[in-house]
Design a protein around this ligand. Structure first.
Ligand SMILES: NC(=O)c1ccc[n+]([C@@H]2O[C@H](COP(=O)([O-])OP(=O)(O)OC[C@H]3O[C@@H](n4cnc5c(N)ncnc54)[C@H](OP(=O)(O)O)[C@@H]3O)[C@@H](O)[C@H]2O)c1
Length: 283
């Protein structure tokens, strides 16, 4: 058996090859945490381990139970405590619901929602008195048409984990981090996923959502370039980890807080505002 780290605080973060996960892994490692950094490719293991001596790359595909089981054994061989699980792995599926293949929507939930729950189920017994920190999104408010599968996957994530918090008997705290738009590769990837989904739209129907397609592509490019820095999310995760009395939700960026408040209005008012905004964008 390898040397077990017993005193050092440790965390598992899923999806650390880029973006928020990578920044969070580095931040927490610098703060002295032993970071088990979920990756899926050999090159990414080399990349994350090079960042800091406290980081250990662990192969973890959240949609594959075998991979989750292997990651579990890898982690428990090296430490006898896990202070937190940070469910970060995610993707954004966009497109008009009328044509989006159900299989794609299932994929979206498999990564963002069921994957996170499967990892939590595996690691919970090892996490007594610890924290589960989910990287949810302001999209969990459901205010964003044409990324509805993404919104729904994040809302479902919040609902499932809120119940997990209420139900669990191991004193595990659950925290949802809800970032505004963050500058990460997720947007470039979202454009590729959208392109793939759009190929399913019958030729004769493509005109129907042409404007929306252009709007989505432009929006993704803007987000890629103008979003908030990943450091803001990494710092919020650190705060959520260290706060003596952590909040249930942490908002990153003012738009996220506004979205949350706005979404509490009656649905009719919410829908009317969203439709107006959409119409402006499509002009
Ligand atoms: N960027 C934003 O504006 C924003 C806003 C709010 C919330 N978020 C959330 O923040 C989280 C991180 O996203 P990001 O913006 O940092 O995007 P990103 O740079 O694209 O990172 C996504 C990470 O998830 C990993 N991943 C995807 N599918 C996976 C799977 N099946 N198993 C394990 N790992 C998987 C990716 O790994 P591979 O490289 O191996 O694919 C990558 O490391 C996501 O949950 C996202 O929804 C992002």
């Amino acid at each position: 058996m390898e040397n077990k780290e017993t005193k050092q605080k440790s965390v598992l973060i899923t999806g650390t090859s880029s973006g928020i996960g990578l920044a969070t892994a580095e931040k927490l490692a610098k703060e002295g945490y032993l970071v088990f950094a979920g990756i899926r490719k050999k090159n990414d293991k080399i990349k994350v381990e090079k960042l800091h001596k406290n980081i250990r790359g662990v192969y973890l595909d959240v949609t594959n139970q075998g991979s989750i089981d292997k990651a579990f054994w890898y982690v428990i061989k090296q430490t006898d405590r896990l202070d937190a699980l940070i469910n970060n792995a995610g993707a954004a599926y966009a497109g008009p619901l009328e044509f989006m293949p159900i299989e794609s929507i299932k994929e979206q939930f498999n990564i963002n929602t069921f994957g996170a729950l499967a990892v939590a189920q595996k690691f919970m017994p090892f996490l007594r008195h610890g924290r589960i920190i989910n990287i949810s999104s302001m999209a969990s408010t459901g205010l964003f048409p044409f990324i509805a599968p993404y919104c729904a996957s994040k809302r479902a994530l919040d609902i499932l984990f809120n119940s997990l918090f209420i139900e669990n008997k191991d004193d595990i705290t659950v925290i949802s981090i809800k970032p505004d738009v963050i500058k990460t590769p997720i947007w470039k990837r979202a454009k590729e996923i959208y392109q793939k989904c759009f190929e399913n739209v019958p030729e004769s129907q493509r005109e129907k959502y042409e404007k929306e397609t252009l709007m989505l592509q432009k929006q993704a490019t803007d987000n890629e370039n103008k979003g908030i820095s990943v450091d803001d999310v990494a710092s919020t995760v650190l705060k959520a980890l260290k706060d003596k009395h952590p909040k249930t939700s942490y908002f990153v960026g003012i738009k996220s807080l506004w979205a949350e408040l706005y979404s509490k209005l009656p649905q009719k008012i919410v829908n009317s505002g969203v439709r107006k905004l959409l119409a402006q964008r499509l002009k």
